[in-house]
Structure formats: structure tokens, C-alpha cells
Design a protein around this ligand. Structure first.
Ligand code: TXA
Ligand code: MG
Length: 346
């Protein structure tokens, strides 16, 4: 299959008049799949009302079909096409955070294709805060189901190049709108119970949610091993680089010693750090991902760094750890997955 690529300036005026986006929207209306930028990561979109389109999403990603997708909408009226009910707290969260990196799990509307929700009676929905995504959804005229546009098991794409590397020849189109902003996926919150529950930490923090709706719980599976997670996708191994990754809690001298030991064994070793410590380390590949003083900048660069380790076939990666405050919670959650729980403490 040929993958069409359209470059679109996200700061352009009147994006709904943009010929490239019109072409992309036509493909979507023919139940083809098209990747597009959101403010978090690139998504792989398909018509959320048609199973045929959803099948193509799962096939292109190689994703297990029991892992449901997020439906993206471009205006508030469209919510009625996707969900059957909006509880009061969900309404308050929508007012506060949409468009933005917050996905709500709500009772499913009857028109949403079964395969979007993998047979569940709930559906995940969000309104992305990205002009290209909003214009594309509006032009398509239907809600768009879109998981992250990576091959299953790879880090989510934060640039069009990442999508192209993974899915070239497997999807009909790719809208290149530049690098995404947030860098980690949306926060997923189950709003079907009285107390909203975070199923996946992300761009919107627990503190921000609690400020709007009071008590918010966190899926115990996120902190305790062995519990079945409520968000089906969370159980899969995600974001795993090819090299073996270790999170290291300890000073940089300690990390440097670990590097040396592995290099002595003949391994190619990488270090994931931030620009504050970048020049300190001596390893085969040292990648600075943002600045530690600004965890948002770490989130933005994280997946690109993980992919770069892959490109260089590094055998072992030692990563610094980050404070689990604000978006740091999402950063550590993704790093723990990438490291498959490998943790070294000084
Ligand atoms: O930022 C994002 O959320 C990106 C962009 C493209 O919007 N999308 C994304 O989608 O990360 P995906 O498919 O990679 O992750 C969707 C997550 C999975 O963990 C899935 O299990 C969960 O949302 N999910 C979807 N529907 C659900 C439902 N009905 N109940 C519980 N969890 C659900
Ligand atoms: Mg994903």
C-alpha cells in the first residue's frame, strides 16, 4: 500500500480549507486509516462508527484487538454520537480540560462500532488540543477512533518521522504537522463510578483533576503488581526499547560505575539523562531528554530518546529517575514500562 504524506502547517489559517487535510479526510470517509498529530502523540485515525475502518487500525499496528481505542471528537455536540450519558463530574472535567490531554471513559453510545471498544459497554473519548487534529476530524464529519500511531510495543510517536518509520506501507496516509507538544499520552479517567478513577497517568495530573472534582482515585494496578488493570491496554508491554533498560535511583557517580562495569563486559551502553548532567557521563550514547528542572520538557523528548537508543542498537540503557510530581508521574509510569520493572537502587 502506498502511504500518502501531507505536510500541514499547524499555525496556518483556516485549516478546514487546507487541500491536504481535505484529501486526508476523504480517505477517512472511505474507511481508510490516516495518522495525524495531536497535542500528546500522533494518532492513527479511522471512522469510529465503522468496524471495517477499525479492523484496519488494529491490523496496521499489529495491536491485540482486546485493547480498546480512544474516540476523538472536534466539537461538544459530537459527544452525543459517542456516549449515552455524561455524569455531572465528567461534565465538569470536560469544561475544565477540553480540548486537552484528558480521556474520559463513559457509557458507550449505540452508534460506536463494537470493535472500537473491544466489546466493552464503555467508550474512551477526548477532544484533542491540536488545530490539525480538530480540522481533520471536522472535515471527516465523524468521530475518529485513534490509538497512538506506533507499531504495537514501540514507543508512541511524537514526530511524523516516527510514524513513517513504523507504519510506512501499512497505512493510507500521514498528516505531518510537526512535533507534538506534551509528548506522553493523555490521562485516562474512568467516569462511570461516583469517584473518578485514573486508569493511565498522562498530560493532565491528579492534582489538576482533584482541583475540579474533588476526590479522584488511582487504579491500584498502577502501583501494585499482580492486579488486573481496568484499562485493558495497560497490561501489555509497551514502550520497550530493544536494549535492556534499567531505572537507577542513585547519584551520577553510581550510574557511571554501572556503565563502566557493563562496558568492561563488552556491552554497548547508553545513559538517559537530562541536559544538566549530559556532559558528566562517559558512555557509548548519552541522551539528554529535556531539563530536569522542567519535567514537561522531559515528557516531550522521552519517546524520541527511547527510539534513538534503538537506532543505535545499544545493549543496555541506564536511566535516571524523576520525581513523581505533576507530569513526572506519567514520565515515570512510561519509564517503568520501558524498563519492564528493572530497578537498581544505590
Ligand atoms: O494521548 C492519547 O491518548 C493518544 C492520542 C492519539 O490521542 N492515544 C492513545 O491511545 O494513547 P492508545 O490506544 O495508545 O491508548 C488508549 C488507552 C489504552 O490504555 C486503552 O486500554 C484505554 O485507553 N481504553 C480505551 N478504551 C477504554 C475503555 N472503554 N475502558 C478502559 N480503558 C480504555
Ligand atoms: Mg499506545
Amino acid at each position: 500500500m502506498e502511504t500518502m504524506v501531507w505536510i500541514v502547517d499547524k499555525n496556518g489559517e483556516q485549516l478546514t480549507g487546507c487541500p491536504q487535510l481535505k484529501e486526508a479526510a476523504i480517505l477517512l470517509s472511505h474507511n481508510e486509516v490516516v495518522a495525524f498529530p495531536t497535542e500528546t502523540v500522533y494518532g492513527l485515525g479511522g471512522n469510529a462508527l465503522v468496524n471495517e475502518a477499525i479492523d484496519k487500525i488494529y491490523a496496521a499496528k499489529g495491536r491485540p484487538s482486546d485493547n480498546p481505542l480512544i474516540v476523538h471528537i472536534s466539537d461538544y455536540a459530537q459527544l452525543k454520537e459517542v456516549v449515552s450519558q455524561v455524569p455531572e463530574k465528567a461534565e465538569a472535567l470536560i469544561k475544565a480540560f477540553w480540548p486537552g490531554p484528558l480521556t474520559l471513559v463513559l457509557p458507550k453510545g449505540k452508534d460506536v462500532a463494537d470493535k472500537v471498544t473491544a466489546g466493552l459497554d464503555t467508550v474512551a473519548v477526548r477532544m484533542p488540543d491540536h488545530p490539525v487534529a480538530l480540522a481533520l476530524i471536522e472535515l471527516a464529519g465523524v468521530p475518529i477512533a485513534a490509538p497512538s500511531a506506533n507499531l504495537s510495543g514501540k514507543p508512541s510517536p511524537t514526530a511524523a518521522k516516527h510514524v513513517y518509520d513504523d507504519l510506512k506501507g501499512r497505512i493510507s496516509g500521514l498528516v505531518d504537522g510537526g512535533e507534538t507538544g506534551v509528548g506522553v499520552e493523555s490521562t485516562v479517567v474512568d467516569c462511570t463510578e461516583e469517584v473518578p478513577m485514573i486508569l493511565r497517568p498522562g498530560g493532565v495530573t491528579k492534582e489538576q483533576l482533584e482541583h475540579v472534582v474533588g476526590e479522584v482515585s488511582v487504579d491500584p494496578a498502577l502501583s501494585e503488581n499482580g492486579q488486573a488493570p481496568r484499562s485493558p491496554g495497560v497490561k501489555y508491554k509497551h514502550y520497550a526499547p530493544k536494549g535492556e533498560m534499567y531505572l537507577v535511583s542513585g547519584g551520577r557517580e553510581f550510574i557511571q560505575q554501572l556503565v563502566r562495569k557493563e562496558q568492561d563486559k563488552g556491552h554497548k551502553v547508553g545513559v538517559l539523562t537530562t541536559s544538566e548532567n549530559e556532559t558528566y557521563y562517559k558512555a557509548d550514547l548519552v541522551l539528554a531528554c529535556g531539563v530536569r528542572a522542567d519535567l514537561q520538557s522531559v515528557a516531550r523528548r522521552l519517546y524520541d530518546a527511547l527510539r534513538t537508543f534503538d537506532d543505535h542498537d545499544v545493549h543496555i540503557i541506564f536511566s535516571e529517575v524523576f520525581p513523581e510530581e505533576g507530569v513526572g508521574k506519567a514520565v515515570m509510569n512510561r519509564l517503568e514500562k520501558a524498563a519492564s520493572g528493572n530497578f537498581i537502587c544505590q
